[in-house]
Design a protein around this ligand. Structure first.
Ligand SMILES: *Cc1c(COP(=O)(O)O)cnc(C)c1O
Length: 458
């Protein structure tokens, strides 16, 4: 008999959760115009709105906070972080930034110009934003399997090589500065990319003489999936896999709020000294001097330690198994969920969950609100509200999938919290046929409406 997975840590500090009643939550969500982003965190029991910057630091990371060297130039904390990143990734140059999108801003300032094309697997929102802001285009070359929730494929984050090669052939040299691979692929449900796929992309980049960069926010979770799903690497350590991944690329941008196990931070690491020089100039303009780049010394120290803890196999296994535990519990209740389960979140198929609610009345948002009222759980809508209006016709866009994402913060909740979430969702599932009406928009901003939208109940 196999022993169950446990969290490989025990609790030294606790943060209390404010409990509340459905009646209180009904009033609060109405006051928040049915927008979950407008709730105060004390009005939430289990907060699954994002896994970004919401994890817990270890005792060793908090020790680094005390050891932080706040010197403007050349601080010990910077040197510690620089050494850790170089050892872990093999890249030769390193620049800290205040978070992931800042790393994108600095790197793209150096490499992306108007009229360029940046192919990759489904780019993250801020990545796409920074590309489009420069009047360049992000081209999604993700494999088709990624968008069919019923298909079980071990590496749904992979790039379709034929789609990629077609893009490389279509545009003249000089129009494609690099291919950008996001690991794991956040926009495709936290699905991993295989090393086999990365090698093939590298070969194409070599053939067409273009760069290959990695958006590495969840590189350690991706390495765990490689170890457990890609035969060649079954006996490799996570650190060895991480080295192998980055050896294939010219550089990376990192949101340390994910696999860096810190609440704020980011960086760029790369090999080309010319690109480093150019990035340094932009880093100084946008972020700060190159030995702090928008981070405090104490935060750089905590990140150096967090990166090491983030690639420990036992930590990663409990992280991924916790996500899978929630997914499997929901699956056992016949609740429609995206499979295979990704690294950082479980996605509920809201269109199947509340089929009686018309899609024009925001199925996923309706489900997310109900889950909040019933159990105080805050997920996030990935559906028509997020998809927004067509910028030209101003018509509402209805995406293929209406989903509620439950993102799981790192080392923050226990299995018993996951059990609470699973049972709460089952409770909502049992009364789903009664849900016939959704919500209408009372007010919305011209762009990025989901953050501030005001809704009314139909
Ligand atoms: C979070 C994230 C970013 C942006 O990072 P921030 O730290 O939020 O600025 C970029 N890419 C991916 C894949 C992410 O998940």
């Amino acid at each position: 008999m196999d022993l169950p997975y446990i969290e490989p840590y025990k609790i030294k500090t606790v943060e209390s959760i404010q409990l509340s009643t459905p009646e209180q939550r009904k009033k609060w969500i109405e006051e928040a115009s049915y927008n979950l982003f407008k709730l105060n965190s004390d009005q939430v029991i289990i907060d699954l709105i994002t896994d970004s910057g919401t994890g817990s630091m270890s005792d060793k990371q908090w020790s680094e906070v005390m050891l932080g060297d706040e010197s403007y130039a050349g601080s010990r904390s910077f040197l510690k972080l620089e050494k850790t990143v170089k050892d872990l990734t093999g890249f030769t140059h390193f620049i800290p930034t205040h978070q992931g999108r800042a790393a994108e801003n600095v790197l793209f300032s150096a490499l992306v110009k108007e009229g360029d094309f940046i192919p990759g697997n489904a780019h993250f929102d801020t990545t796409k934003g920074h590309i489009e802001y420069r009047k360049a285009s992000a081209v999604d070359c993700t494999i088709d399997e990624a968008f069919d929730i019923a298909i079980d494929h071990p590496f749904k984050g992979n790039i379709d090589l034929q789609k990629l090669e077609a893009i490389l052939q279509k545009y003249p040299k000089g129009k494609i500065p690099f291919v950008l691979m996001t690991i794991t692929c956040n926009s495709a449900g936290g699905q991993p990319v295989s090393i086999e796929n990365m090698r093939a992309v590298r070969a194409l980049c070599n053939q067409y003489e273009i760069g290959f960069y990695i958006d590495a926010a969840r590189f350690a979770e991706n390495a765990y999936f490689i170890k457990t799903r890609e035969e060649e690497f079954a006996e490799y350590s996570i650190k060895e896999i991480v080295k192998e991944i980055f050896s294939l690329a010219d550089g990376m941008t990192m949101s340390a709020k994910k696999d860096g196990l810190v609440n704020m931070g980011g960086f760029i690491a790369l090999n080309d000294p010319k690109v480093y020089e150019s990035c340094s100039t932009f880093a100084i303009m946008y972020e700060g001097f190159v030995t702090y780049g928008g981070m405090s010394g104490r935060d750089m120290g905590a990140l150096a330690q967090g990166l090491l803890e983030g690639v420990e196999f036992d930590y990663l296994e409990s992280r991924i198994q916790q996500t899978a535990y929630l997914g499997k519990r929901l699956d056992a209740f016949d609740i429609p969920v995206l499979k295979p389960f990704g690294g950082h979140a479980v996605y509920i198929d809201a269109a199947k969950f509340v089929p009686e609610i018309p899609k024009e009345e925001y199925q996923a948002q309706s489900l997310a609100i109900e889950l909040y009222i019933v159990a105080g759980i805050r997920g996030v809508e990935i559906g028509a509200l997020l998809a927004d209006r067509d910028p030209v016709t101003r018509e509402n866009r209805f995406p293929k999938l209406e989903m509620v994402r439950l993102a799981i913060p790192r080392r923050t909740y226990t299995l018993s919290h996951m059990e609470y979430v699973a049972v709460a969702i089952k409770k909502v599932f049992d009364t789903r046929k009664e849900a016939k009406r959704g919500y209408s928009i009372k007010w919305e901003a011209p762009i990025m409406r989901h953050f501030t939208v005001q809704l009314e109940k139909n």
